[in-house]
Design a protein around this ligand. Structure first.
Ligand code: 7TS
Length: 396
């Protein structure tokens, strides 16, 4: 059996999305900016795709949704543009992010730090959550931007970004959220919040890879990262990714519908997996269920090295992860586990299971059996486990 439980890394393209994209790969392949019918043949579907993206996040018409190549691009764009406009010019000098942002935020912030920007990395608490007061305590009149993700990719922890955005607005500070893990899991209404910029990526919600976007509030337009053509109002030059935009629109429509129709079933399967795995002795889950996305679980089995567990799972056809795939070549301990201050022997044992609306009950039951066998086998050969004094289950 092959079981895919790494949906926070990427997702299968929904067959309906694939069908919607197909004509724009083989038939209607004109460059939309050209002056002939091959170009104009694409216009209606391009507009429909964009409209579906606006509708999915309830973006007001006067604001902009700019299509990019991925969330990494959108995140880089926001931070670098704020640096160009506010920090390089000397108007402000400070950016706040959290210490558990995706590397596309953290590495960009470190780069800007090397150029002279002051960066604050907000800590998370022992439940993997960020407290609003921590943000308030760190805002200064030199703060140009706050960038906090909506939902964490490792734990699924949901951060209070709407509340934080309102606080920032009152202080005249711009607010960006990386909503990559929130689309299709949390209802997003950009008509009803104070968020200035919002990042998303199609391949995380059953759309194609290589296409994402950035919502940008009117009056808060960013300096383009790419200069060249007039595409996307001059904010993001480069020939439009027609199949990608059509596919992302369809995927957004389906993902937002799935919040009410499919996510309750996904949650039931995730909870079943979690309940069964927590029956294993010395097992811990980060972040209470009510405070995280319904598809995600980060779980630690004391004495079981995360990479060894992945090996056993992979041999049995199951895909999970020990952390962000972007950082998986260097066998470091899970960054969120380190940030919550977990003991070293637990930080190396975290496994992330992330489900989707395509996950089935059989797959979950099969996974429960395989994980149980793997934990038993790996603890038997573990040099450290036998000497561990603690043997209780709990949430960290
Ligand atoms: N932001 C978040 C919160 C993410 O989870 C990811 C990918 C990205 C940005 C980057 O998205 P992309 O469109 O540039 O690919 N996260 C992961 C992960 O958790 N495991 O593998 C990739």
């Amino acid at each position: 059996m092959r079981v895919y439980l790494d949906n926070n890394a990427t997702t299968i393209v929904d067959p309906q999305v694939k069908n919607a994209m197909e004509p724009f790969i083989s038939q209607y392949y004109g460059n939309p900016n050209s002056l002939h019918a091959f170009a104009s043949d694409t216009h209606i579907d391009l507009n429909n795709g964009l409209e579906k993206i606006y509708a999915g996040i309830h973006a007001p018409k006067q604001d902009s949704v700019i299509v990019t190549s991925c969330a990494t691009e959108s995140n880089n764009w926001v931070l670098k543009s704020i640096y160009f406009e506010y920090i390089l010019s000397g108007r402000k000098n400070h950016i706040i992010i959290s210490e558990v942002e995706h590397p596309s935020i953290i590495a960009t912030a470190r780069f800007l730090e090397s150029l002279g920007a002051k960066i604050t990395y907000l800590p998370i608490n022992s439940e993997g959550l960020i407290e609003t007061q921590t943000l308030i305590d760190n805002l200064t009149d030199k703060t140009a931007l706050v960038s906090i993700m909506w939902a964490n990719n490792e734990t699924g922890a949901i951060f209070p970004v709407e509340e934080m955005a309102t606080i920032c607005k009152e202080k005249g500070v711009l607010f960006h959220t990386d909503a990559v893990q929130a689309i299709g899991k949390i209802k997003i209404d950009m008509k009803d919040n104070d968020i200035d910029y919002l990042t998303f990526s199609a391949h995380k919600f059953h759309g194609p890879k290589g296409v994402g976007g950035l919502f940008m509030r009117k009056g808060k337009e960013l300096t383009p990262l790419f200069h060249g053509g007039e595409q996307m109002g001059g904010y993001r030059s480069g020939t439009l990714n027609v199949p990608g935009i059509v596919g992302m629109g369809k995927a957004m429509e389906l993902a937002v519908d799935a919040i009410d129709f499919d996510m309750p079933d996904v949650k039931e399967l995730r909870d079943h997996l979690e309940d069964e795995l927590l029956k294993i002795k010395d097992t811990f889950v980060v972040t209470p269920r009510k405070k995280r996305t319904d598809n995600t679980m980060l779980i630690s089995f004391r004495g079981v090295e995360g990479e060894s567990m992945l090996w056993d799972l992979n041999k049995a056809g199951i895909a999970a992860s020990t952390g962000s795939a972007c950082a998986s070549v260097d066998l470091e301990s899970n960054p969120v586990m380190e940030a919550i201050g977990a003991e070293a022997d637990l930080a190396h044992t975290a496994i992330r299971f992330s489900l989707s609306r395509f996950t089935t009950k059989e797959e979950i039951d099969y996974t429960i059996g395989v994980v149980n066998e793997a934990v038993t086998r790996l603890r038997e050969i573990s040099s450290s486990y036998a000497y561990t004094p603690k043997n209780h289950n709990s949430q960290l």
